[in-house]
Write a new protein. Structure first.
Length: 293
């Protein structure tokens, strides 16, 4: 597979139309059709279902789209790393992080780095632990910000001197909003909204003494902003970390911590034996200096 053909394939997948894709790529439609036909022959799979005016991806095409995006992202990242010089460090640093005010640790490090190296750009993408670890393992990001509990055996780790607090996001007019803190017993029998990661692990059983299937879990979220909309529209109570959703002023929502207090340790991680670009190496140096301070 040639990178050029993968770019052709992704353009068709995005446009949903061979003619529009050919125009966007500045190639003729027959040339583009032939390249995709050859790609399908090479893979032994049909990638598109052809309609009279549009094309749609087959299941095999959807898989290739995901892999092609990863391949091209990694190629771009590699090209950027080799384009850097010692005399004038520039380039990109890629970070994956869960939603937390602890991201301030990363952004403060980024600000310090850019004071010395203004041509370095920092890219932060949001995702849960599954997303972050997948991107780390594929080499798509340099660093990840993860919460405990998490398997750290494959990574080098900076254990941050900061903890997030678990609690419950709810409407201000909810009966439980009258309490200053909530015990887990308060939530039994209540409609719960939990993160995808918590729902797929044994955390709920550890906390409540009951598996998720015996609790009234009415929904899950990947990023807590969407979970906050579920709460705002009356779907239930969201288990989440403090400080992510603004509950001040005219917000219809409020946050109550769990009692006894449950907190999550936080780690900055990167792959063991990873060879960093000059930009990522300097970012790591700033992180380590902040850790010592």
């Amino acid at each position: 597979m040639e990178l050029r053909v993968l770019r052709y394939f992704l353009t068709i997948a995005r446009e949903g139309n061979i003619t529009n894709a050919a125009n966007a790529l500045h190639v003729t439609q027959p040339t583009l059709s032939r390249q995709i036909h050859d790609l399908e022959e090479e893979l032994g799979q049909q990638l598109f279902v052809r309609g009279s005016h549009s094309v749609t991806l087959t299941p095999e095409g959807m898989l290739l789209r995901k892999r092609a995006e990863e391949i091209l992202d990694l190629v771009q990242k590699t090209e950027q790393e080799f384009a850097q010089t010692e005399e004038a460090v520039s380039g990109e640093v890629y970070i994956g992080a869960g939603e937390t005010v602890g991201v301030h640790y990363l952004t403060r490090a980024a600000r310090q780095l850019q004071e010395s190296y203004p041509d370095i750009r920092i890219h932060i993408s949001s995702g849960d632990a599954t997303d972050v670890r997948e991107d780390l393992d594929k080499g798509l990001i340099d660093f990840g910000l993860l919460f405990a509990p998490v398997d750290l055996s494959r990574y080098n780790v900076i254990h941050l001197a900061y903890q997030d607090t678990w609690g419950v996001l709810m409407r201000r007019d909810s009966p439980l909003a009258q309490k200053a803190a909530l015990r887990l017993s308060d939530l039994k029998g209540q409609p719960l909204i939990v993160s995808r990661q918590i729902y797929k692990t044994s955390r709920l059983q550890e906390w409540f003494g009951e598996p998720a299937g015996q609790l009234q879990v009415v929904g899950t979220y990947n990023l807590v902003y969407n979970g906050s909309l579920m709460v705002e529209d009356g779907m239930g109570y969201a288990l989440c970390l403090d400080g992510i959703i603004n509950v001040t002023g005219d917000s219809p929502l409020c946050f109550r911590p769990l009692e006894p207090r449950r907190q999550a340790d936080m780690y900055i991680v990167w792959k063991k034996y990873q060879i960093f670009s000059p930009a990522a190496e300097r970012f790591l140096n700033v992180l380590r200096d902040m850790e010592k301070a």
